[in-house]
Design a protein around this ligand. Structure first.
Ligand code: FAD
Length: 416
């Protein structure tokens, strides 16, 4: 069996894969075209969320998305552009957005989330590297009757799936958040959820890997491959070339282009989101919160609170549309009228690209037609949540072990 592994991409998926492949005795190299500090895995809301068992491709998303597209501050936007890959993704996405797809996906998404949570807890208990991890659940709050009805349905489904979710009146929401004035119709407390500080997790995980002999190469971009028979023999970067026994594709929103270089179809688009942080003492939230109507996430993390949201299907080269952050700010003020929040200066706003697969499920498994390449990407809104489990599954696939769960729903060849 080969003993070395090259991982393309040092986001949470790449680093988690590095963690488990290294544990399994491989000599691991991670190559990233950036510095690891600014990728999508560092500035997200930090939710580890079994409550998110509904894939992005779900009924209603298309009509809601079309309405939102007319508003420059709305949580959802598709940049109109002539792009074959966008058109192919869009077609596959529309085809996937059915109730039967949602029903089929709920248990696999729950299972991989719970596996991931167990992995994060194991990391935490191992003491190998420190990171903030809290299991306070997540509050989902709403204003409209329609969202209240939707939330009731979600609680029923969560309960059927064995997840701990509790319906809350407006008064109960207020009691759980005593230090901010809440204006809601009610909410759901997903007690099954946990959260981390993603930037700290990423930094300390990378340090732990480096200290233990994993090589992390930064600011070097993979641009090509040399293939022989059914194997990738060499990885060509902007600076070097590397022999490859095993290659893991964990390049986030850029994985589609990389796979295309090998004539492999991995439909994916980039879903840009924005976030910013404020001191916890000025914004004293006690729980992670999702504001249903604005799709805004609020996460207290140690001494900070992160506000984040928006899903902008765009090219990774398009300049950021900071105006969309106004929508996040407005939503927060709407739900918490006592909170004085202003749109931050552009320089204080972070943005990242979610790797959005065409059906809202990740691609985890061997790449079609290649014996030594594994895809680990396409996690959309759930990359942090599913990160640790994805790393474990990558290592199990590489070592030809029985995977901890059925990987068929995540087959990277499902759109080939
Ligand atoms: C506002 C916001 C909030 C979010 N909140 C949550 C949340 O609460 N919970 C959750 O689970 N998820 C959340 N997400 C989604 C989550 O952040 C992503 O799913 C996750 O970070 C994807 O991880 P990744 O490792 O696949 O990609 P990335 O973190 O983007 O890492 C990919 C890496 O690959 C590198 N790369 C790309 N191409 C190449 C190449 N050719 N050569 C070398 N390197 C390359 C990039 O530089 C990058 O570092 C959120 C996202 C946003 C935007």
């Amino acid at each position: 069996m080969s003993t070395s592994a090259i991982i393309i991409g040092g986001g949470i998926i790449g680093l988690s894969s590095a963690y488990y492949l290294h544990k399994a005795g491989r000599q691991v190299t991670v190559i990233d075209r950036g510095d690891l500090a600014t990728n999508c895995s560092s500035g997200n809301a930090g939710y580890i969320c079994p409550s998110h068992f509904t894939p992005l491709a779900a009924p209603g998303i298309i009509s809601q998305g079309l309405k939102w597209m007319l508003d420059s501050r709305s949580p959802f936007y598709i940049e109109p552009r002539l792009s074959l890959s966008l058109a192919q993704w869009g077609l596959a996405f529309v085809r996937s957005a059915t109730q039967s797809h949602v029903d089929r996906s709920a248990a696999p998404l729950r299972d991989i989330s719970l596996l991931s949570m167990a992995c994060y807890q194991e990391w935490q208990n191992s003491g190998e590297f420190p990171f903030f991890y809290r299991h306070d659940g997540m509050l989902e709050l709403f204003h409209t009757h329609e969202n209240a009805r939707h939330a009731r349905h979600t609680v029923e489904m969560a309960t059927q799936l064995g997840l701990d979710a509790e319906w809350l009146t407006a008064e109960q929401v207020q009691n759980l958040e005593p230090h901010v004035t809440c204006d809601t119709r009610g909410g759901v407390w997903f007690k099954c959820d946990a959260h981390v500080n993603p930037a700290e997790l990423m930094k300390n995980l990378a340090q732990h890997l480096t200290d233990n002999g994993v090589q992390i190469i930064k600011n070097e971009e993979v641009i090509n491959f040399i293939k022989q028979n059914n194997k990738i023999r060499q990885i060509i970067t902007t600076h070097n070339s590397y022999d490859a026994d095993l290659v893991v594709f964990a390049a986030g929103a850029w994985s589609r282009e990389l796979a295309k270089g090998l004539s492999i179809k991995l439909p994916m688009v980039a879903g840009r989101g924005y976030s910013f942080v404020k001191p916890l003492q000025d914004y004293p939230f006690r729980h992670p919160i999702i504001l249903s109507e604005g799709r805004v996430a609020i996460t207290p993390m140690e001494d900070q609170v992160r506000f984040g949201g928006t899903m902008e299907i765009t090219s990774t080269n398009a300049p950021p549309r900071y105006k969309r952050v106004e929508g996040i700010v407005q939503s927060v003020r709407h739900f918490f009228p006592g909170i004085e929040l202003k749109t931050p200066a552009d320089a204080d706003i972070w943005y990242g690209y979610r790797p959005c697969s065409a059906d809202g499920l990740p691609y985890i498994g061997r790449l079609p037609g290649l014996d030594n390449a594994i895809a680990a990407t396409g996690h959309a809104m759930l990359g942090l949540s599913l990160g640790a489990a994805t790393g474990l599954l990558v290592s199990q696939i590489a070592n030809e072990q029985q995977p901890s769960l059925n990987l068929q729903p995540f087959d990277p060849g499902r759109f080939a």
